[in-house]
Design a protein. Sequence first.
Lengths: 314, 314
Amino acid sequence: MAAAKYAFGIDLGGTTIKHGLFSADGELIEKWEIPTRSEENGKNVIPDIAASITAKLKEKKISTKDVIGIGIDVPGPVLENGIVNQCVNLGWGVTDVAAELSGLLDGIRVEACNDANAAALGEQWKGGGQGYQNAVMVTLGTGVGGGIILNGRILPGANGAGGEIGHIKVRDDEEDYCGCGKKGCLEQYTSANGITRMAHKYLDKTKKKTLLVNDDKLSSKKIFDAAKAGDEVSLAIIDDFGKTLGEALAGIAAVIDPEVFVIGGGVSKAGKIVLDVIQKYYKPAAFHACRNVVFKLAELGNDAGMYGAVKMVL
Amino acid sequence: MAAAKYAFGIDLGGTTIKHGLFSADGELIEKWEIPTRSEENGKNVIPDIAASITAKLKEKKISTKDVIGIGIDVPGPVLENGIVNQCVNLGWGVTDVAAELSGLLDGIRVEACNDANAAALGEQWKGGGQGYQNAVMVTLGTGVGGGIILNGRILPGANGAGGEIGHIKVRDDEEDYCGCGKKGCLEQYTSANGITRMAHKYLDKTKKKTLLVNDDKLSSKKIFDAAKAGDEVSLAIIDDFGKTLGEALAGIAAVIDPEVFVIGGGVSKAGKIVLDVIQKYYKPAAFHACRNVVFKLAELGNDAGMYGAVKMVL
């Protein structure tokens, strides 16, 4: 009788490294995390992961020959061949993470991809995009990330920049710079930070009564909460967010024509109100054939990357 | 000894149907065209093509078993399974063009796709995009069409709308409607008609001296010719075209991160000036990883669709 087969999904973040041990049919058996030691140009990161996997194999009495593979995502651009093209958070230059990790683990097959793309694949496979083969994941966190899944596979892009939708230029009149060095990027208006930034601008000018307080503690969560409570100023701020994002997603639909948009990241925790305000502006801006694309909330939270990572080897 | 093998590429347009007989290794042996009889909901179109191919096979003494396949493109949306999802120019409703044509030709394998996508595949294979596996074709004709090639294959999209880049919304202040029913589409500013439309608006307002005459005979060709002669008004009009298109292509690059943009259609006949003015605005708007994507002019002209069509079966 053949032994059971296993796989690992590793979500390598700037602070922690999430590990998942999965069965061959994609069920999560156990998950755990270790800290990311990014000091000294991240030289310990790959050995730490190898040691963590080795310890788990020993604990579970699993032979390396019963491991189908390891999928790992990293917070930086990854080319189609799996080479990481610099990773600022980890201090890495060009790194063949798959070859290095495999070399420390008896030659187990390792596949690498970008973290936003892994989250997209995870959500398409087991989360909000389940049942669809062609999905665009939109992650509204500190920034705006994205990932494109076509026929169940990640679109990495020629330069590892596939799905970098946060840096679509959407406004011509911006005075502040985006983290990427340009002005007017989607993420400057629709990330958690972007929503708050625009709210401060709005509150600086308006004389309307509002539940919001224009101080350093203002957050996108507070704005969505106030909007749900009927606060008109908050509703106007959210409306502006929906217009900017809805129209940008309509543009994306006219390029790749997906079946589903999956909206994730911290902002998406506000729930249905987020989908509603995006679709309010998506539909009139969308090319007619793409008007009825499905919008879903992400479901896997912080586990999405781990799921997407393991999916690459299953 | 095995007989030589052949394939056909058919570019089905609203006025003429271009036929190409190709060798198995993709060399064009002969091309010819027949008129498109679109009357009576286009009921003669498929039988006409079948008759044209049958006659050519007879003339060349080629057996149907030596035909590898027939690729055909149509001027309407085509789903991934080859079903045409309405075709207004031909009067077709939902049509399984591949099955119908194959049924009239001894069961020869037939593949169908959209005409803009076929042109993209043709240019990627044998034209301006040769040598690149990931290309975006931008066709600046009466309208603006597009096609996305990923790993050498057409991206059809979930609703047959992959690459419909002419209908990305790029402006918020438009008063005229696009043919698609929306306002502010890319094609309203950057197609041959769009450039001329914007030129009329500019000429209505300006008092500057110019070589252009603000009459019904104004065309994008005249504007580019005058720009090449140093006409400042024309240069300003072209500059506006370049900004709108360059920034839109930067947005597309942040989604799919291609290796090359191939610029075709009537407007592209103006040559290098078109690439230059697009890139002038593309580069500052592009996400840093995508800044050095290659821009090329299309090379196959009206044959691009025929080449792309046959490529589907080779």
